[in-house]
Design a protein around this ligand. Structure first.
Ligand SMILES: [Mg+2]
Ligand SMILES: [Zn+2]
Length: 240
């Protein structure tokens, strides 16, 4: 349809006829005007500058899972994570970490300790020529021991708040994006945020078959060649 063409709904035409014949039933003018306005061409509303992102859970995806990890000495990168991230970066993807950090709400470590570890992690990526676009974290837990973090928030996965927020902040197209996680809650968060492709990787967490079936792909790890093949040889990530 030509962007300037439009159809006047039948009901409006009937009302206009009645009006001509002096039988108008007080149809508000703005309704008529809205009906006569050209329809928006939806395809023109999609901003061409929106880019895809690789959303990464942290623990179990970027680094080996350690319960309530907060010390640099316990942070061990998953083999191949830098290679995979570099491939996505070169393909035009933003790299965004989305991590639940309920250890802060539980009082196991402070927000400051979390930031020290995060800065260190960002520097290790930088050294590899990889720029993390953002690192989003949720410090909350509804049963947390620290009052200021004891809230029912909208960012703790499986809620999609962090992903939705990152999409808005960085102009990300969720449908063209990929979410990688090691828990079902990562998959649920990605799905709720409208992420186009959901990937589960193995870590210490048990994943049942029913949950695994809700992911588009299950990989040994983010650095595994099968994951890279799935993404780049099946044209899921097209270089832009
Ligand atoms: Mg995890
Ligand atoms: Zn939260």
């Amino acid at each position: 349809m030509h962007p300037c063409s439009f159809e006047v709904p039948r009901a409006i035409i009937e009302r206009l006829k009645e009006e001509k014949q002096g039988q108008s039933r007080d149809l508000p003018l703005f309704l008529i005007m809205n009906a006569l306005r050209p329809r928006k061409d939806i395809s023109r509303m999609i901003t061409p500058t929106r880019r895809p992102a690789l959303f990464l859970d942290r623990d179990g995806v970027i680094n080996k899972e350690v319960h309530y990890l907060h010390r640099i000495k316990d942070f061990v990168f998953i083999p191949g994570v830098f290679d995979t991230c570099r491939m996505f970066q070169n393909a035009g993807f933003a790299l965004i970490v989305v991590t639940n950090q309920s250890g802060i709400a539980r009082g196991y470590y402070s927000e400051e300790e979390y930031h020290i570890l995060t800065r260190w992690m960002i520097e290790r990526f930088d050294e590899q020529g990889i720029t993390l676009t953002d690192v989003m974290y949720c410090p909350h837990h509804p049963k947390g021991a620290v009052p200021q973090y004891r809230v029912q928030c909208s960012c703790r996965k499986p809620k999609p708040g962090m992903i939705v927020g990152a999409c808005a902040r960085h102009g990300i197209d969720p449908a063209a994006s990929i979410m990688v996680g090691d828990k079902f809650s990562d998959i649920q968060a990605g799905r709720s945020a409208g992420i186009g492709r959901l990937v589960l990787v193995h870590s210490d967490y048990e994943i049942n078959l029913e949950e695994a079936q809700q992911a588009h792909h299950v990989a040994e790890s983010i650095g595994h060649s099968s994951f890279q093949r799935w993404v780049f040889q099946d044209d899921i990530a097209v270089a832009r």
